[in-house]
Design a binder for this molecule. Sequence first.
Ligand SMILES: C[S@@+](CC[C@H](N)C(=O)[O-])C[C@H]1O[C@@H](n2cnc3c(N)ncnc32)[C@H](O)[C@@H]1O
Length: 271
Amino acid sequence: MVSPYDRVCTLLEGKNRKKGKLPDKWELIGDVLILDTDDKEIAEAYAQVLGARSVIKQIFINGELREVRSVLVWGDSNTETLYKENRLLYKLDPSRIMLSSGNKDERIRISRVSDSQEVCLDMFAGIGYFSLPLALRSKRVFAIEKNPFVFRYLLENIKLNGLDNLIPILGDCRDVSLPCRVDRVMMGYLHSYQFLDTALSSIKDEGVIHYHSLCRTGDTETPVKELEEKASQHGFSFKPLLKREVKSYGPKMSHIVVDGLFRKRICRLYL
Ligand SMILES: C[S@@+](CC[C@H](N)C(=O)[O-])C[C@H]1O[C@@H](n2cnc3c(N)ncnc32)[C@H](O)[C@@H]1O
C-alpha cells in the first residue's frame, strides 16, 4: 500500500521537491492538519492527501496553561474542528489548544478504569481529554480547568456527548473545594508534583491517583518515590498499581503515568 507520505512525494515530484525534505510527521485532528512547514504548496499537497480543510504550523506550546500559538499555512482560517475517538466527540481549535495523539492509548485506558459507584476528580481537565472518557463509566466526575478559553470547549464537549454526570468547574484546582471526597483523581499534567497535596486532600480513606510526570526514559522510580513521600506525609499507605510510558518526550525523556492506590493509615490510641 502506498503511504500518505509517498503520495505527497508523488504529488510534489514535478515541482522539484525532494523526498527527505518533506515532513514525515504530522497530526490530523478532525480536519485540521498540524504540519511543520511554512510552504503553502507543501501544505496543500498534504491537505489533499490527508483530507484536511486547514493546515497550521504550531509555533509553541507554553506555560502553565499549555497555551498554543499557531499560524495558518493553508486553507480555511476557521480552525475549529470535531475530533472523534473512542465513541466520544471533542470540539476544539488545534491552533489554540493542544491535543496529544500520543496520549490516545491512555485516554482509552482511562475510559475503562472506573465503575458506576465511583466519584472522580480531573484536576487538569482541558477540553475533557480524560474527564469525558472517565465519565463513561463513573457515577460522577468533577472536571476543573483554569483557562477560560479552554473551559468553553469543555462545556461544549460535555453537551455534545450528553454526559450529565460530568460537572465542569472553572478555576485553579488548588482553590476549588469539592462537595465531597472522591475515589479517583486524574492528574494528566506533566508537572503535577506540586499538586499532590491537593490530590491527597481530595481522596476518601481509600483512593486511586493517576499521576503523570516527565522523567528520564526508564526511570519510573522517581514518580513512585514522590508518591511514597507524599502518601506518608498525608498519613496514607501507598501501593503502585501500574507504571507505564505514555509516550516518548524528546531524546531520553518520557511521559510516565503511575497509578497509585492510597489507603489511610489507621491510628490506634491505647489508653
Ligand atoms: C497539558 S493540558 C492536558 C493535556 C491532556 N491531558 C492531553 O491528553 O493532551 C493541562 C490542562 O490543565 C490546565 N491547568 C494547568 N494548571 C491548572 C490548575 N492549577 N488548575 C486547573 N487547571 C490547570 C491547563 O489550562 C490545561 O488545559
